[in-house]
Design a protein around this ligand. Sequence first.
Ligand code: MN
Length: 229
Amino acid sequence: MTNYAIDPPAQATLSVAGSDACFPLRRVFCVGRNYEAHVREMGNDTREPPFFFMKPADAVVPNNAAIAYPSATSELHHEVELVVALGAGGKDVSPEQALGLIWGAAVGIDLTRRDLQAQAKSKGRPWDMAKGFDASAPIAPLVQMADVTSLSSGKIWLSVNGRTRQDANLADMIWPVADCIAHLSTLVELAPGDLIMTGTPAGVAALSPGDEVVAGITGLPDLKVSIAP
Ligand code: MN
C-alpha cells in the first residue's frame, strides 16, 4: 500500500483593516440576483426569493493581488459586492438576530467566467466552475462592525482603468443583508468564519489582461486588483 504524505492545507484567512490580525475563513456563500437593475440586465425575474451558490475559501485573494487571467474563459466579468464575515453562527436565525452574527464587512469582487455560466445555465448544469475558480474572490481587509458605517445604504462602485463600470447604492438590494443571512440559515447552519457575498448591482462587464480594477463601498477600504498582463 502506498503511503501518501498529506500536508494540511493552509488556513485561508482575510486581513483585518488597521491590524496585524487575520480572520480565519470557513466557507464563502454568495447571493445571486440581489439588485433589481442587475437582475434585469441578466434577463431574470426580480420577484424570486434569494438563492445562493458557493466559492471555496481558498478562492479568496487579498487586496492588491495580481490575478492571472483564468483558463477556459474569454469572458471574465467583475461583480463588486458587499461582503460580510460572520463571527457567530446559527440556524433558523431571524432577520432581527442576523445582524448580531456579523463580525465585520469588506468590499469584494465575485469574479465570474460569464461564458461558462451561460453554458451552465442553458444546460441546467452547476455554476461551480463559472464562479468558484482559483482567485475568484478578491476581498479587501475586513472592518469590524463597531467601525462599519452602514450595511444598508452607501455608494457601491467599481472602476476599470479609471472608468466607472458599476455605480449603485446598497439601499438598492432586493434582500437586505439581514434577510440574506436569515434565509441562508434555513438552508445550512451558519458558523464563525463564514463569508457572505451579498450580490452585485448593474454594470457587470468583461475584464482584460492588464486591467487595473478598483472597487469601493462608502465607509470601507477600497479593493484594488490587477489582471496580470
Ligand atoms: Mn455575484
